[in-house]
Design a protein around this ligand. Structure first.
Ligand code: AMP
Length: 391
């Protein structure tokens, strides 16, 4: 069975085509900076090794990216064999749907539940709904499956999930910490054998997860994706009373919520970009706001590591994953160096040399520091396969 996994990030699109249950990867594709005129397109056919790379592409929306990928899949030298184009299911790393928190076929009812939570997860549900709609048109015979990001966090005890708000809001409206990035953190939980882990998924969206004995016991994300540590262009946690304060200053609620969702995080503070590479470049060239944005991100992460360390009763492994976690040795250094007193001892040279995967702690470091390439797609492929088989 051929299963396509589509990972629709807040600023990126990724695809992997698997033959299941062998878990054989046939091709992969990644598009970065979706929504811009300088998007990066990458495609690789794993069988032939043929790679296609294009910089400065104009990819204004997700449907353009999907079309570009599907033409690489079917045309030219990178095309996959005829039988592999009969994609039986598309698995999506979906985020949030009212009342659906596990693995579900994306029926009209589930899509409606995603639409109902559009305002809770606008940066994610909107692109997913667009991508799913596109795929339904292009691949009408394929089953569309959503592997929701909230599933891994069901093991977090209630005293950590509940907000200190009226209890009736939890009962009546389901207001609590949901937690996201479940596919990424659960992959880390399987890959890393240590008992007490803090998994740092740092990319367009960023979150930390405390993992004990393979289970999520806490996470930085709350009810919506507008929470936790700062993201590429979303604010993360901030005092809710800033909203009525700004309304009193003359801003509309819509303006405030737009700014929180689109002009916060790295972009908002640096004023440079939502892409850490560009922010780092600006900081190297003396831009103080860019430097401030990077330092702000690092300390927000350190703050959560401290509280998760206390909750876990110590730490065996600190793990970095996601586009930033895998690639920014600068950010990893800014996070790890101040943590030496907690037994997190970085090997600075190993960190500088690390290319997406490896151990970067000093040999005598009590806590292992690992960089693990995110592979959320394999978990999604497995669960999609089971869903197609009706298990
Ligand atoms: P993701 O959402 O996991 O695909 O991560 C995408 C983000 O990773 C980009 O927006 C960049 O901010 C970041 N990134 C990718 N490569 C690098 C790099 N070499 N250095 C710093 N940040 C990077």
């Amino acid at each position: 069975m051929y299963i396509l996994v589509s990972n629709v990030g807040s600023t990126s699109l990724k695809f992997k085509l698997f033959e299941m249950p062998q878990e054989r990867l046939l091709c992969e594709s990644k598009i970065e900076r979706v929504g811009s005129d300088d998007a990066i397109y990458y495609y690789k056919n794993m069988e032939s090794g043929l790679e296609e790379r294009k910089n400065d592409c104009s990819i204004p929306c997700y449907s353009d990216g999907i079309r570009m990928f599907l033409s690489s899949l079917t045309e030219g030298e990178g095309a996959v064999p005829e039988e592999a184009r009969k994609i039986e299911a598309v698995g999506f790393k979906t985020v949030l749907a009212k009342g659906f928190y596990g693995v579900h076929e994306l029926t009209e009812q589930v899509l409606e539940a995603m639409r109902e939570y559009l305002f809770v997860a606008p940066a994610h549900n909107a692109p997913y709904l667009e991508a799913i709609g596109q795929f339904k048109q292009v691949l009408p015979g394929a089953k569309m499956v959503g592997v929701f990001e909230t599933a891994f966090h069901k093991t977090i005890p209630l005293e950590r999930r509940i907000y200190s708000l009226p209890y009736e809001w939890y009962e009546k409206y389901g207001i609590m910490r949901m937690g996201y990035h479940g596919s990424s953190h659960s992959y880390i939980a399987k890959q890393v054998k240590e008992r007490r882990i803090i998994s740092c998924h740092l990319g367009g969206s960023c979150s930390l997860c405390a993992i004990k004995d393979g289970q999520s016991v806490d996470t930085s994300f709350g009810f919506s994706l507008q929470t936790g540590i700062p993201h590429a262009n979303r604010a993360g946690d901030f005092d809710p009373y800033i909203i009525p304060f700004l309304k009193n200053e003359g801003l509309t609620e819509e303006e405030i919520l737009q700014a929180v969702a689109k002009n916060g995080g790295l972009l908002g503070v640096s004023g440079v970009s939502n892409d850490l590479r560009k922010v780092q470049e600006a900081a190297e060239n003396g831009n103080k706001r860019a430097e401030l944005a990077i330092d702000m991100l690092a300390v927000s992460i350190i703050r959560y590591i401290g509280s998760f360390y206390a909750e876990l009763g110590g730490l065996d492994a600190l793990v970095f994953t996601g586009g930033i976690g895998e690639n920014s040795n600068l950010l990893r250094e800014k996070i790890c160096l101040p943590l030496a007193h907690m037994g997190v001892v970085l090997d600075r040279e190993a960190n500088k040399m690390c290319r997406g995967h490896g151990m970067i702690s000093a040999t005598d470091s009590p806590v292992k520091i690992l960089v693990v390439a995110a592979n959320e797609e394999i978990g999604v492929a497995r669960q999609t396969y089971d869903c197609v088989l009706g298990q």
